[in-house]
Design a protein around this ligand. Structure first.
Ligand code: T3D
Length: 268
C-alpha cells in the first residue's frame, strides 16, 4: 500500500485501484469536525476525479468508526445566549457529504471497524456497501440529544429496514450489534474483526474490475425507482439501458464474452 498523504483527521492511502480513507480522530471516536468534513469531501472529490481509482473504502482509526458530530466542535457551541445553528451545520456539511457519496462515479464501501453513532452510522448506511466487524455496532444517537436522524437517516433507514424498525432504532437510540444489523438487512455483511479490512479490500478490488459507470448507474436507478410507479421504473430502465448500451463498456463486455477473455472496462 502506498501512502499518499497523512493528516491529523484523515489518512488517505491507495492500494491498486482502491482508495482507502481512514477517519483519524481516535481520541474523539472519529467524530466529525468541520475540518474533518472538509478533508473527507476533498478526498472524495479527488477519488472521483482520478480515473485510476475504481473503488473507495472508508474506515476509522482505533476502536470506533465514527461517533457522528463532534459535540465539542465550535460549530456546536452557543454564541452568547444564541443556540448553535444545527440546521446550518446539517445543510452545509452533512448534506453535501451525503450527496458526494451518492454521486461518486465508483462504488463506496464503509468498513465499519467499531461503533458508528449518529451521523457516523448514517454516513455509513449511505455508502454502497457496509461491511462491519463483529464487534461493531450502530446507534441512532440523535434522540438522546433531542435531535432527529440526519445525514440521510430519515430517507435511508425506512428503505433499508422498514418503518417499524426505522422508528424503533431512531426513537430508542438503542445500540444495534453488527450481527443483528446484518440479520435485518441494514448492512451487507458482518465479518470477524481480524478479517474486516481484508474483506473490504477484497470486495473493493472485485468491484474495481467491474464497469464503474454501470455500477454507478445501478445505484442511481435503484434509488430513483423507489420514487416511481412500476411502469415509470420500466421506462427509466429502458432510458438508462439505452445510454449504457451505446457506451464503450457494454460493447467491450459483450465482445469480451464472445472472445472468451477478461473485459477491460474504462467508462466513468
Ligand atoms: O451540528 C450538529 O450536531 C448536527 C449534526 C448532528 C449529527 C450527529 O451525529 S448528532 C449525534 C452526535 N453523536 C452522539 O451523540 C454520540 C456521542 N457518543 C456516544 O454516545 C458514545 O461516545 C458512544 C456510544 C459512541 C461510545 O461510547 P463509549 O462508552 O464506547 O465511549 P465514550 O467513553 O463515550 O467516548 C470515548 C471518548 O470519545 C470520550 O472522550 P474522553 O472522555 O475519553 O476524553 C468521549 O467524550 C469522546 N466522544 C465520543 N463521542 C463523541 C466524543 N467527543 C465528541 N463528540 C462526540 N460525538
Amino acid at each position: 500500500m502506498t501512502q499518499d498523504t497523512e493528516s491529523p483527521s484523515l489518512r488517505v492511502d491507495t492500494q491498486g485501484a482502491v482508495r482507502v480513507l481512514m477517519l483519524n480522530r481516535p481520541a474523539a471516536l472519529n467524530s466529525f469536525t468541520a475540518e474533518m468534513h472538509g478533508r473527507l469531501r476533498s478526498a472524495l472529490d479527488a477519488a472521483a476525479g482520478d480515473a485510476a481509482v475504481r473503488a473507495v473504502v472508508v474506515t476509522g482509526a482505533g476502536r470506533a468508526f465514527c461517533a457522528g458530530q463532534d459535540l465539542n466542535d465550535p460549530a456546536m457551541a452557543a454564541v452568547g445566549d444564541a443556540a448553535p445553528d444545527v440546521g446550518a451545520v446539517v445543510e452545509q456539511l452533512y448534506k453535501p457529504l451525503a450527496l458526494r457519496v451518492r454521486t461518486m462515479p465508483v462504488p463506496v464501501i464503509a468498513a465499519v471497524n467499531g461503533v458508528a453513532a449518529g451521523a457516523g452510522a448514517n454516513f455509513a448506511f449511505g455508502c454502497d456497501f457496509v461491511i462491519a466487524a463483529r464487534s461493531a455496532s450502530f446507534i441512532q444517537a440523535f434522540s438522546k440529544i433531542a435531535l432527529i436522524p440526519d445525514c440521510g437517516g430519515t430517507w435511508l433507514l425506512p428503505r433499508l429496514v422498514g418503518r417499524a424498525r426505522a422508528l424503533g432504532l431512531a426513537m430508542s437510540g438503542d445500540k444495534l450489534p453488527a450481527e443483528e444489523a446484518q440479520r435485518i438487512g441494514l448492512i451487507w455483511q458482518c465479518v470477524d474483526d481480524a478479517a474486516l479490512m481484508d474483506s473490504a479490500l477484497a470486495l473493493a478490488t472485485r468491484l474495481a474490475a467491474l464497469p464503474s459507470r454501470a455500477l454507478a448507474e445501478t445505484r442511481h436507478a435503484i434509488d430513483d425507482a423507489i420514487g416511481l410507479d412500476y411502469a415509470a421504473a420500466l421506462s427509466m430502465e429502458a432510458q438508462r439501458q439505452g445510454q449504457l448500451g451505446r457506451a464503450h463498456d457494454a460493447r467491450e463486455g459483450i465482445a469480451a464474452f464472445k472472445d472468451k477473455r477478461a473485459p477491460r472496462f474504462t467508462d466513468r
